[in-house]
Design a binder for this molecule. Structure first.
Ligand code: HEM
Length: 400
């Protein structure tokens, strides 16, 4: 297949078969991303009814920027592309109204207030593993910590997070199989969040600082939001904010455990941790890709993407594009220019990025300050689907 070959929308040969490839970290998959970037930057796959993939940094960025042409809300598979969730499924001009309403709850002031609570949670969840000297960091820390952080963001009772962790673990056990997850996601999250919405309606907290009370008090186009809309926002925060962050934490722990030199550097110079967080996000890209639907015919690299076609924006492949990053496969924790797209780009750029960055920084600060050595204690199990991370990662840790 060459760049100049044009496909009709009815007859296309597949350029690759993503669902037949082994996991996100495998040599074969990474080699396939490289082949697509170099030789087939607009690549067709027959999986899930057929869709295009963009893998070059410049193309993914441009598509994410052109939100009217590359519209959100119609996923390739229903999960985990956030169908029906708000704000990710919305397009301009609706999207901005909701995004404006939500931004302040993750702004710097809000994160500064949240930091001591998250730090205390991080210490509490790390301590048993540190005392034991060995264990699975994912179940001990990477899963419960972001669930508890989300509960704190939404001012849920502290007990809520254990229930959430169990629900998220259930998704992992299902291998993120879209049919199985879809069958239960409605019941569990909706039951949970519907309960909280009812509580907030009855006893609102300060709408300036409590997200759900603020959303319930807000008006869009002069009308208050329905319970269904508030539910779509609440479900979105849980679904978008947990597995992504758990995988970001797990992949960061993996990077530390497999790079003793990085541990030494960050223990000696903890002020380098924020820059290391960015590099771990770039090289791992926990949410590897997400779909758009084109609203008009698009010509790109000699190919025609027809209106209505689905296009996967491959943030993970773009973040390893040598045209955008020098030595893209090397983990360089003090990389000077690191304009990665692990949080996306354009209007849908991750709402929770400030919170995810806070969680990652606090986690790394606390584990590095308490240990003299972190090492792998055995093979882990990779996360399935579009996420790149670990569902279990045995570590051996030596306390200082
Ligand atoms: C390291 C952890 C995280 C990663 C890698 C990540 C990744 C992403 C990416 C790539 C997007 C863009 C999707 C697109 O282009 O359509 C996104 C959007 C979003 N994320 Fe995150 N995310 C993380 C953590 C969080 C957290 C903690 C929250 C909630 C507190 C959150 C909430 C959202 C929301 C609501 C959107 C949709 C934004 C919009 O459409 O305006 N994410 N995230």
């Amino acid at each position: 297949m060459t760049d100049n070959e044009t496909h009709s929308s009815t007859s296309r040969a597949a350029d690759w078969s993503p669902s037949e490839l082994p996991g996100g970290r495998s040599v074969q998959r990474l080699a396939e991303y490289q082949r697509l970037r170099e030789q087939c930057p607009v690549a067709w796959a027959d999986d899930h009814g057929g869709y295009w993939s963009l893998t070059r940094y410049a193309d993914v960025r441009e598509a994410a920027r052109k939100s009217a042409t590359y519209a959100s809300g119609a996923p390739i598979i229903q999960w985990p592309d956030f169908a029906d969730q708000i704000p990710i499924s919305l397009n301009p001009p609706e999207h901005a109204k909701y995004r404006r309403m939500l931004n302040r709850y993750v702004a710097k002031d809000a994160m500064d207030s949240l930091e001591p609570t998250l730090r205390a949670y991080a210490v509490e969840h790390l301590e048993p593993l540190l005392q034991a000297g060995e264990g699975d960091i994912v179940t001990a820390f990477c899963q419960p910590f972001p669930a508890r952080a989300l509960a704190a963001l939404l001012n849920l009772p502290d007990s809520a997070y254990t229930e959430l962790v169990e629900q998220f673990a259930g998704f992992e056990r299902m291998g993120w199989d879209p049919d199985k997850v879809n069958a239960v996601i409605g019941q569990i999250f909706e039951a949970h969040i519907t309960r909280v919405i009812a509580e907030r309606r009855a006893r609102p907290l300060d709408p300036e600082t409590d997200l759900l009370s603020g959303v319930l008090a807000a008006e869009i186009d002069g009308r208050p939001l329905s319970d269904d809309t508030v539910l779509q926002i609440g479900v979105q925060l849980f679904v978008a904010g947990h597995a992504t962050t758990a995988d970001a934490l797990a992949t960061s722990m993996y990077r530390l455990a497999t790079n003793p030199d990085i541990q030494v550097s960050l223990r000696q110079f903890p002020e380098r941790i924020p820059s290391a967080v960015e590099e771990f996000l770039r090289i791992e890209s926990p949410l590897q890709s997400i779909a758009r639907t084109v609203t008009e015919d698009v010509e790109l690299h000699g190919r025609t993407i027809r209106a209505g076609d689905k296009v996967d924006l491959h943030y993970g492949a773009a973040n390893r594009d040598p045209e955008a990053f020098e030595h893209p496969t090397a983990c360089i924790i003090d990389r000077q220019r690191n304009d990665h797209m692990a949080f996306g780009f354009g209007i849908h750029k991750c709402l929770g990025a400030p919170m995810a960055r806070l969680e990652m920084r606090v986690a790394l600060e606390e584990i590095l300050a308490r240990t003299s050595e972190i090492a792998l204690a055995g093979p882990g199990t990779e996360t399935a689907g579009r996420l790149r991370g670990w569902t279990n990662l045995p570590l051996r840790v030596t306390m200082r």
